[in-house]
Design a protein around this ligand. Structure first.
Ligand code: APR
Length: 317
């Protein structure tokens, strides 16, 4: 397959380091370019001793950002600050909005053809920031800006498998909406294999999935949010994206992208088909049951507000 350069921005962080390891083990990656404001030479030196063919390069500080991004096919962004106990993802906005916009501008300048995958929270706002920023530069391609919500799917698969005693590897639960609180909507009615839940069980399972990130934040007691499971999920999304770029057919993931699936909601997570140029097709919702239809309606005000907050920030900065 073709040579693929992946740039990882925020590579020395809690998500960045395990994600770098997983990408160093990925057979579709040829070069892994690590960028952070501090610490990348150490991560790269360490990682480069693993005997896999991926070439690891390190870039530190703003003056090396352009070189990191030049020629990248896929840019993954976990740079920013994580949550502490008591914080919502939206509380991160003030710090992370500017970090993401700055990195996205550099990507728009140095690798406008690359697929961008944004992990930095609040994803409901940072993805609109990325889109609007690239639009202002004249290089926005909606197929290439993706908010990584894969951890919501990974968590749903795990929790449903545990609840029903199913084999972890067999379970697939689509998750739609956004990536914060009630905007995370697992479609239990579309789970594979089919599972039946009462309305009370659906409510409890949905809440468990929505609250899973906060459980990790509380358990880490001030030391951050999900890093290992997030890296695992982002590595899965990256692999699916690289398979799509390589022309492999029928690669689907749920992801938060520009969308017309729900009226007046310009960005929305749903199942997408991945292809040679990023998102080949937004698949939409499928058939929702009454519980899911109500949950979708209930989330829309929050989701719209968080999207608009991102768009407004990008327009003002
Ligand atoms: N450019 C590049 N890297 C940056 C910048 C910047 N402007 N600002 C911060 N970073 C780096 C930090 O130096 C650090 O290495 O981003 C990394 C973030 O790592 P952690 O603080 O450990 O945070 P992490 O747990 O990885 O979460 C990062 O992902 O899931 C989201 O909500 C989470 O927004 C948070 C982000």
């Amino acid at each position: 397959c073709e040579a693929r350069k992946v740039a990882l921005l925020g590579a020395a962080g809690g998500i960045g380091q395990p994600l770098a390891l997983l990408l160093k083990m990925n057979k579709f990656v040829t070069e892994l370019a690590l960028y952070d404001i501090v610490g990348t030479p150490g991560v790269a030196a360490d990682l480069s001793h693993c005997n896999t063919p991926v070439k690891v390069t390190a870039f530190s500080g703003a003056e090396e950002l352009d070189a990191c991004l030049s020629g990248a096919d896929l840019v993954i962004i976990p740079a920013g600050v994580p949550r502490k106990p008591g914080m919502t993802r939206d509380d991160l906005f003030n710090t992370n909005a500017g970090i993401v916009q700055n990195l996205v501008r550099a990507a728009g300048k140095n690798c406008p053809q690359a697929v961008l995958e944004i992990i930095t929270n609040p994803v409901n706002s940072t993805v609109p920031i990325a889109a609007e920023t690239l639009k202002a530069m004249g290089v926005y391609d909606p197929k290439k800006v993706i908010g990584v919500t894969t951890l919501d799917i990974v968590r749903s698969n795990t929790f449903v498998a545990e609840a029903r005693g199913l084999d972890m590897k067999d379970v697939d639960v689509p998750v739609i909406g956004g990536h914060a609180g009630a905007t995370i909507l697992p479609l239990l009615s579309q789970a594979t294999p089919a599972v039946t839940f009462t309305d009370a069980e659906k409510a409890a399972m949905s809440e468990k999935i929505q609250n899973a990130g906060t459980v990790v934040v509380e358990a880490k007691a001030g030391k951050g949010s999900a890093t290992l499971s997030m890296a695992y999920a982002a590595a899965r999304m990256a692999e699916s994206t690289l398979l799509g770029l390589n022309g492999e057919p029928n690669i689907y993931e749920c992801a938060f992208v520009q969308s017309e699936v729900v009226a007046d909601v310009p960005f929305f997570a749903s199942k997408v088909l991945l292809g040679p140029h990023g998102v080949a097709k937004v698949m939409g919702l499928g058939e929702l049951d009454a519980f899911e239809t109500a949950a979708l309606q209930a989330m829309l005000p929050q989701l719209k507000t968080e999207i608009q907050k991102g768009l407004d920030f990008a327009k003002a900065n």
